[in-house]
Design a protein. Structure first.
Length: 595
């Protein structure tokens, strides 16, 4: 029906007659000549309608935005001075010979080139939103990324194998989406949070290298980088160590960036989890921000200032500083604003010191807290932070988690701010890294038990097996995360393939043999049949494409996403179902419409 996409009409087609199909992006009547910008998924081309063809021109007069059109015309050069360098078709236009309205459109609820649309409007009218050029570019890039992933993995011997969507509910860190069974009264399937157990079974089955680009489901609180249903690039291998797995996956991401985006990623840094937390307070630090923590816990143990000495002497406490070069020029109002910001992360406040003159020591400092610090502490603060005249030093003092969360968020906020960018605290580059050597376990103060940091099938570091009995908190895992610009792109680990090690992990997690059998019996049984050493990694495709497009939310790279309240505004899901459906499922609602 057509000879070319609108966005691909170029000088190469000069003098040729083309047939185009698309939507009227904009119509302009210039006193006898009508211009129509015709749009399809590849872009725009300018259509010129002259009145010397009365029937065609009359049709053009009735065209409005979003009419679906067929155009037959001759490609010619645009008049000098009217070229558009931003378009592939910017040096040409199509002189219309035939125009057919394939389908008219009612007046759209918004202009497609309006950049100030609310997300509610966009998601309610998602079909029209997806017509917008930026959304078309986002989803086309997503397609190219997925294709490059498939090509790379195919070239490296991976096999695409599907795993079930209706499976058994197992504890994986978030709430499951449950699906009631009509056939088995009172029984439920769960939608998979990941294919974790099945991909391990595929390794036991001997498939050696598996991958899948698949949907996963987690019923958890949402934010800009989360969706209840998301797409995962899931990878598992046998007979490879963690360094080999990381090298293979790094190669994949490099290839995707090069071929889909034309970007050569720089060298990956590698940080241990402990170092990442010590320097940045985050296990996914944004290395574009040129700010780091300074450890002061040991210095503050004997100061009179209880705000510092209390956390410094408590178990699990921390005192750290964040030096802001040039921050001395910040107003008190700006500092107060940052103080309110860190309270979001549990901090009780934000102590600070302005450095006016380092050479004067205590006398050269401006702060309400300096009088409460002894001389040795002041000297150590200035020396360790490397403070210079005009700097501002922020402090965090609390439980280590609160300090890490609050100062870590403050570090990113200051770095990304206008101040940070104008003062050289932020580099607008790609900053990839690996975070490795995660702890195996974290202690739950409320539940009074150890929990797995990743999942119960993560292998401990060689030589750390006995720590699971004696000191679980010191046990490190063969686990790793790939981080890019402060976002976790993917995470994985080497898995446990030996029964005696798996038993030690369950014991540390206070999972009894009976409970383990009930929840994971099918995997534990399979591991008895000569399970190979294996490991893998899973990437969030949505997050990856969000970063590549520099979108503000993963909702901008998903065709039909949910809102932050896990609703689809387009279809009205979730919705009520009728009583007959519920009876067939043997379900009765306690209070379907609470007041």
């Amino acid at each position: 029906m057509r000879t070319s996409y609108c966005g691909q009409v170029s000088e190469a087609l000069l003098g040729q007659t083309v047939t185009l199909m698309g939507w009227a992006h904009r119509r302009r009547d210039h006193g006898g000549v009508i211009f129509i910008d015709l749009r399809d998924r590849e872009g725009l081309v300018q259509i010129v309608c002259d009145p010397d063809r009365p029937e065609m021109f009359h049709t053009a007069e009735g065209v409005r935005n979003e009419f679906c059109l067929k155009i037959v015309g001759k490609v010619r050069a645009r008049p000098a001075g009217t070229e558009n360098a931003n378009l592939t078709s910017g040096k040409v236009e199509v002189l219309c010979q035939e125009l057919e309205v394939l389908n008219p459109s009612v007046t759209p609820p918004f202009q497609l080139d309006d950049d100030n649309l609310s997300e509610t409007v966009r998601l309610t009218h998602r079909v029209l939103d997806l017509r917008r050029p930026q959304m078309q570019k986002n989803l086309m890039l997503r397609y190219r990324v997925a294709m490059e992933v498939r090509k790379y993995l195919d070239e490296h011997g991976f096999v695409d194998i599907e795993t079930p969507m209706l499976t058994k509910s197992t504890p994986e860190g978030a709430r499951d989406y449950l699906v009631p069974s009509r056939v088995h009264d009172g029984m439920f399937f769960a939608l998979p949070q990941s294919p974790q157990l099945f991909k391990q079974l595929l390794m036991v089955a001997g498939f050696d290298r598996y991958y899948q680009i698949t949907k996963c489901f987690r019923d958890e609180d949402l934010r800009a980088d989360r969706q209840p249903e998301f797409t995962q690039i899931d990878v598992e291998t046998s007979f490879l160590g963690e360094e080999e797995i990381r090298a293979l996956m790094e190669g994949m991401i490099r290839t995707v960036f090069r071929k889909a985006l034309g970007v050569e990623l720089p060298a990956y840094q590698q940080l241990s989890y402990a170092e990442a937390m010590r320097r940045y307070g985050s296990d996914k630090p944004d290395l574009r921000v040129r700010l780091e923590f300074t450890e002061l816990t040991d210095v503050m143990k004997d100061v009179e200032f209880k705000v510092f000495s209390g956390p410094a002497t408590m178990k699990g406490g921390r005192v750290a500083a964040l030096r802001i070069p040039g921050g001395g020029e910040m107003s008190r109002g700006e500092i107060d604003g940052y103080t309110e910001f860190v309270k979001i992360y549990g901090a009780k406040g934000l102590a600070w010191i302005k450095v006016n003159d380092v050479a004067k020591g205590r006398e050269g400092l401006q702060s309400p807290i300096v009088k409460n610090l002894h001389d040795a502490a002041v000297v150590q603060i200035l020396e360790r932070t490397g403070a210079a005249n005009g700097d501002l030093i922020f402090f965090g003092a609390d439980k280590a988690k609160v300090v890490n969360d609050a100062l870590g968020a403050l570090r990113v906020k200051v770095g990304h701010s206008e101040f940070g960018r104008t003062h050289g605290l932020f580099d607008d580059v790609w900053a990839p890294l690996w975070v490795v050597d995660f702890p195996m376990f974290e202690y739950d103060d409320e539940g009074k038990r150890w929990n797995a940091v990743h999942h119960p099938f993560t292998s401990p570091k060689d030589g750390h097996e006995d720590l699971m009995d004696s000191d679980p908190g010191a046990c490190l895992a063969k686990a790793y995360d790939m981080v890019l610009n402060g976002w976790e792109l993917g995470g994985g680990s080497v898995r446990i393939h030996r029964a005696e090690v798996q038993s030690k992990v369950f014991k540390a997690l206070a999972i009894s043999p009976e409970e383990a059998k009930l929840k994971f019996g099918f995997l534990l049984d399979a591991l008895q049949y000569g399970a190979p050493p294996h490991g893998g990694l899973a990437f969030g495709l949505d997050r990856l494409v969000t970063l590549m497009t520099r979108a503000e939310s993963i909702r901008d790279v998903i065709a039909f996403p949910k809102t932050q309240r896990a609703q689809c505004l387009l279809t009205g899901a979730p919705s009520a179902v009728d009583e007959l459906q519920l009876r067939e499922l043997h379900i009765r609602l306690r209070n379907p419409h609470p007041a």
